[in-house]
Design a binder for this molecule. Structure first.
Ligand code: AMP
Length: 283
């Protein structure tokens, strides 16, 4: 695996590869890698001649400064994992390389209601930061395929919108990979390493709450299902930001189901000072 820290070195290496007609797949991450990240890399390798991963903890997408300060960094273990996973290139830029003018938001991306609901509502500015860094990374890597995890359901929709807004969708295709979970159902997440033993034991309740919604789904009123899921989380010591059932393609809340519309259940909740998110496609 080749590690690039500088944009210009990565660009010139990629330009040489692309001259030979090789397709490049790209897996952007914030590091503290786990099996979920590796599943994206595996799919990327199957579908592309070149696999590029990036590790960059993006300051502009953290609405909570203490979340940024405490974000886990395990770069040596990450490099070993990527090497063992057969990654061709790691882009590991410093903050100044991505933000030469200082780490701040530049242009505004018109995301519409996508950034006023769910994560957008509880993490103001978060998706502007995501768009800023992903736009920058895509300009550098110019991949044929971009690999994202369903774990960050709303983020997948935001990035698909970013590609449309910038016209990059003509060059880059988004590929969305399923959520990888621990045996007890907890969605793998870099933030899981910050849970105490007690919090870790309670954490799978977020998946049980979402599974309860899926298992109890029937046409008609959905409010009771949402309330039961919320109660389960609260009983287990979570402080939910939201637990919502929405259209799978719209993220608009659905309170009355016609038995047809494709739905997704999404949750975000704090356990201790760690905020976890998860989701399940319902039908
Ligand atoms: P992150 O490092 O958290 O920014 O995640 C980098 C990419 O990995 C994003 O596209 C995530 O959606 C994806 N990802 C994170 N956790 C998982 C998981 N448990 N299963 C599948 N993909 C994941």
């Amino acid at each position: 695996m080749i590690v690039f820290k500088k944009e210009k070195d990565l660009r010139s290496w990629l330009a040489d590869q692309k001259k030979n007609g090789k397709q490049a797949g790209f897996v952007p991450t914030m590091g503290a890698l786990h099996a979920g990240h590796l599943s994206l890399l595996r799919q990327c390798r199957q579908e592309n001649a070149i696999s590029v991963c990036s590790i960059f903890v993006n300051p502009t997408q953290f609405n909570d400064p203490s979340d940024y300060a405490k974000y886990p960094v395990t770069i040596e273990a990450d490099i070993r994992m990527l090497e063992a996973g057969g990654c061709d290139v790691l882009f590991l830029p410093a903050v100044e390389e991505i933000y030469p003018g200082g780490a701040q938001l530049g242009r505004h991306y018109p995301l519409g209601q996508l950034e006023t609901v769910l994560e957008g509502r509880y993490r103001p500015g978060h998706f502007q930061g995501v768009c800023t860094v992903v736009h920058r990374l895509l300009e550098i890597v110019q991949p044929d395929q971009l690999y994202l995890g369903q774990k960050d359901y709303q983020q997948c929709m935001v990035i698909a919108t970013l590609l449309e807004l910038t016209g990059m969708d003509s060059q880059t295709r988004v590929r969305i990979a399923p959520i990888i979970r621990e045996p007890d159902g907890l969605a793998m997440s870099s933030r899981n390493t910050r849970l105490s033993a007690e919090e870790r034991a309670a954490a799978p309740a977020i998946y049980r709450a979402l599974s309860g919604i899926r298992d109890g789904l029937q046409p008609g009123d959905l409010t009771r299902l949402k309330q039961e899921a919320t109660s389960l989380l609260v009983q287990q010591g979570f402080r939910p930001d939201y637990i919502e059932i929405t259209g799978a393609g719209s993220l608009e809340p659905v309170n009355e189901w016609d038995g047809q519309q494709a739905l997704v259940a999404l949750a975000a909740a704090f356990i201790g000072d760690v905020r976890l998110i998860d989701n399940i496609l319902l039908n």
